[in-house]
Design a protein around this ligand. Structure first.
Ligand SMILES: Nc1ncnc2c1ncn2[C@@H]1O[C@H](COP(=O)(O)OP(=O)(O)OP(=O)(O)O)[C@@H](O)[C@H]1O
Length: 262
């Protein structure tokens, strides 16, 4: 584990939307995140790419205050996520991994509950909830409990909860996973408009095309460390992002001899 004194300086004002310094997390002997520094500029569309098990979920969970790091710090719009959690958490909306939701509620109930927890005016919550359910095609689900939603519907209601209080930063773990192509296109549109309007999005993915199409900035994470980071064009340096990714994470190619029994 790195010594806290080795950490880089705190991000200076006017700060980035999200900054993490020296994030480190081990689960017993397994080091999941091995000292990650990231600076997400305000107004950027930032993709965190990495193969399975790279540490994306662990990094984002620590960045939004859902998982306590063994070392390191995180700031949202200048507010320390661990020292000043109430203020920091008011600044962003998060879609956590596995969509940890109060799923014994219907979609409208979950949105109402989320809005009231955030101290929002009930009339505003009702109006925004109806609009979000409509735009995300969840109105038809009616009183169905979220626990009985499909995986893609759970992603969408989780996204609706993250958007409800109109935060300036969204931190989304695999927002496109399990959603159908129509919903995927819809979510891309919503997020693109949100960024065009001055918001900042950070999301994790393994889908290169989505990151290449949407993002202004990218970080490639592998084995708990950042292998490349910067504006997408800088990281790509004239190549396809997939090539850079495979090179960065040491991709393996099939020789044709594997699984000969299959
Ligand atoms: N609660 C936990 N207990 C033990 N090990 C964990 C725990 N959470 C994560 N890990 C381990 O930490 C490593 C990083 O996991 P993480 O979920 O952050 O990766 P990821 O990049 O999000 O992967 P994926 O793309 O497959 O979702 C993995 O080796 C995983 O097994």
């Amino acid at each position: 584990m790195p010594d806290e004194t080795e950490l880089h300086d705190e991000p200076s004002a006017p700060g980035p939307a999200l900054a993490v310094r020296g994030l480190y997390k081990a689960f017993d002997a397994k080091v999941a995140v091995a000292g990650v520094d990231l600076t997400v500029p305000a107004g950027s569309f930032f993709g965190l790419l990495g193969p399975n098990g790279a540490g994306k979920t662990t990094t984002l969970s620590m960045a939004v205050g859902l998982l306590r790091p063994d070392a390191g710090r995180a700031w949202v719009l200048g507010h320390d996520v661990w020292a000043d959690p109430v203020l920091a958490k008011a600044q962003f909306g998060a879609l956590p991994d596995g969509v940890r939701l109060f799923d014994r509620l219907s979609g409208p109930e979950l949105l109402a509950y989320t809005g009231l927890l955030r101290g929002m005016d009930p009339a505003v919550v009702d109006q925004r909830a109806a609009e979000l359910l409509d735009v995300l095609t969840l109105t038809e689900a009616g009183r169905t409990l979220v626990v009985d939603y499909s995986a893609g519907m759970k992603k969408k209601i989780g996204l609706a909860c993250a958007l409800l209080h109109a935060p300036r930063l969204l931190v989304l773990d695999e927002p496109f996973e399990a959603v159908d192509p129509v919903s995927g296109a819809l979510i891309r549109d919503i997020l693109s408009r949100y960024v065009a309007g001055g918001g900042t999005v950070v999301f994790s993915s393994h889908v290169m095309e989505v990151v290449e199409r949407l993002c202004s900035h990218v970080a490639i994470l592998d084995a708990g460390t950042i292998k490349a980071v910067g504006a997408v064009d800088e990281v790509r340096a004239g190549r396809r992002l997939e090539e850079v990714f495979v090179e960065a994470v040491g991709g393996r190619t099939a020789t044709g001899d594997e699984l000969a029994w299959l």
